[in-house]
Design a protein around this ligand. Structure first.
Ligand SMILES: Cc1cc2nc3c(=O)[nH]c(=O)nc-3n(C[C@H](O)[C@H](O)[C@H](O)COP(=O)(O)OP(=O)(O)OC[C@H]3O[C@@H](n4cnc5c(N)ncnc54)[C@H](O)[C@@H]3O)c2cc1C
Length: 348
C-alpha cells in the first residue's frame, strides 16, 4: 500500500493547480485522470479578462486574483521550461455611440483606472475589421495555453510518480476511520476536482451547479492578421498561428457534442465585424462547471471529514484557480477558514 497525503480526482485546471501547490507544501499526492480529450480546461481559450463587459465592472476579486495567477503560470514556465502564459490586450469594439460614451465615463472611475484605457482608438485595418464606433483596450489581460500547460504538467506528475491514468469509479473508494483507500493508495483525504463530471459524484452532486455548454472554433482568415484579442459579443484570439473564435453559452443542452447551430451563430457574429473569409479549422465543445450563484465550490463533505471538493471554477477558471488554491491549501493544512462566498457551507 502506498501511503500518501491526498488523492486528487481530475487533472483539469483545478486539480493541476491544486496538485502543484500541495506538492510545494511537501505533501505526497496522486492525481487520477481519465485523459478525456474534450474537457473544459483543454478547450478553453484560457483568457484572463479582468473586466465583465456586460456591466463594465471589474471581475470578482480581480485585484487579488490576477497577480497571483500570472505569478503562478510564470513559475510553471520556469519549472517546465516552456511558454504557457501570454499577456495580450483585449480590444472591445463598440456596438454604438452609447457604449463608447459609457466606456469613456467608466474609464474615469478610480476603480477602473488600472484596467481599461480611456482612449477610443481605431487600431485595425478598416478594410478587414469594421469598427464604426471605435474600440478601446482592456489592460493587464492575457491568456494561458491551457492544453499545452496541462500536458506538460501531466508529464511532471508522471516523473514524480504522482499520476494514474484511469477512470475513477466511486464504488472503488474504501473508507477507514481516518483514511481513504483507492487501488493501492491509502490517503489522509480525497479531493474531487472533476469539473462538470461532478454530476456523477454521489458525495457532492447535490450542490447547485448550473452547467454551461460552450463551443469554440479554431479559424484562419484569408487576409487579416491580428496580434491582439478583439471582442464584440464574441472574442477572436490569436493562438499560435491560428485564431480561436468563441464562445457560446448554452444552459439547456448539456453535452459535449458540437452543433452546426453554434458554429453558424459564432460565424454570423464574427462576419458582422470581420470583413474577410473565415476558414474553420476545428470546432470543439465542452461543459463549464458553472454554479447557480456564480461562485466556486470548495469545502468538506458534511459527513465524511476527509472528502473535499474543489470545483465550480466557472467561466474564469484560469484567473481564479491559483488564488483559490492558496485559500484551499491554507484551509486544508493550516485550518484557516475558507472565504464564505466559496465555501460549500453556504448551501447548507
Ligand atoms: C468553450 C469554453 C471556453 C472557455 N474559455 C475560458 C477562458 O477563456 N478563460 C477561462 O478562465 N475559462 C474559460 N473556460 C472555463 C474553464 O475551462 C473552466 O473554468 C476550467 O477549465 C474548469 O476546470 P476544472 O478542472 O474544474 O474542470 P475540467 O476541465 O472539466 O477538468 C476535470 C478533469 O477531471 C477529469 N475527470 C472527471 N471525472 C473523472 C473520473 N471519474 N475519473 C477520472 N477523471 C475524471 C476529466 O478528465 C478532467 O480532466 C471556458 C470553458 C469552455 C467550455
Amino acid at each position: 500500500m502506498n501511503e500518501i497525503d491526498y488523492i486528487i480526482v481530475g487533472q483539469g485546471l483545478a486539480g493541476s493547480v491544486l496538485a502543484y501547490q500541495l506538492m510545494e507544501e511537501g505533501k505526497k499526492i496522486v492525481v487520477i485522470d481519465e485523459n478525456h480529450p474534450q474537457t473544459s480546461s483543454k478547450i478553453a481559450a484560457g483568457l484572463c479578462n479582468p473586466i465583465v463587459f456586460k456591466r463594465l465592472t471589474k471581475s470578482w476579486m480581480v485585484d487579488s486574483v490576477l497577480p497571483i495567477a500570472v505569478n503562478f503560470y510564470r513559475k510553471q514556465e520556469q519549472l517546465l521550461n516552456n511558454n504557457f502564459y501570454q499577456e495580450m490586450p483585449i480590444y472591445k469594439l463598440f456596438v454604438d455611440e452609447k457604449e463608447s460614451t459609457f466606456w469613456k465615463q467608466k474609464s474615469n472611475e478610480p476603480e477602473l483606472f488600472d484596467w481599461i484605457s480611456d482612449k477610443n482608438e481605431k487600431p485595425f485595418d478598416e478594410q478587414y475589421i469594421a469598427m464604426p464606433y471605435g474600440a478601446s483596450k482592456v489592460l493587464q489581460s492575457g491568456f494561458l495555453r491551457t492544453k499545452k500547460w496541462l500536458q506538460a504538467f501531466q508529464e511532471y506528475l508522471i516523473k514524480n510518480n504522482a499520476f494514474v491514468e484511469s477512470t475513477f469509479d466511486y464504488a472503488d473508494l474504501k473508507m477507514e476511520t481516518s483514511a481513504v483507500c483507492w487501488n493501492n493508495f491509502k490517503a489522509k483525504g480525497i479531493i474531487f476536482c472533476e469539473g462538470y463530471k461532478n454530476i456523477n459524484n454521489p458525495y457532492f452532486n447535490h450542490l447547485p451547479f448550473k452547467l454551461t455548454k460552450g463551443e469554440v472554433l479554431s479559424v484562419d482568415f484569408e487576409n487579416t492578421s491580428l496580434n491582439v484579442v478583439i471582442n464584440k459579443g464574441i472574442f477572436v484570439l490569436p493562438y499560435d498561428g491560428t485564431y480561436k473564435l468563441g464562445a457560446t453559452y448554452n444552459w439547456d443542452e448539456i453535452n459535449e457534442n458540437i452543433s452546426e447551430k453554434a458554429k453558424d451563430k459564432l460565424l454570423n457574429k464574427a462576419q458582422k465585424f470581420i470583413k474577410d473569409n473565415i476558414i474553420v479549422k476545428k470546432h470543439e465543445a465542452g461543459v463549464r462547471p458553472t454554479v447557480s450563484d456564480r461562485r466556486p465550490l470548495l469545502g468538506v463533505h458534511h459527513q465524511h471529514n476527509n472528502f473535499f471538493i474543489f470545483n465550480g471554477l466557472g467561466t474564469k477558471g484560469v484567473m481564479l484557480a491559483p488564488w483559490l488554491t492558496q485559500k484551499f491549501v491554507r484551509y486544508l493544512l493550516h485550518d484557516e477558514p475558507l472565504p464564505e462566498e466559496v465555501n460549500i457551507n453556504r448551501f447548507n
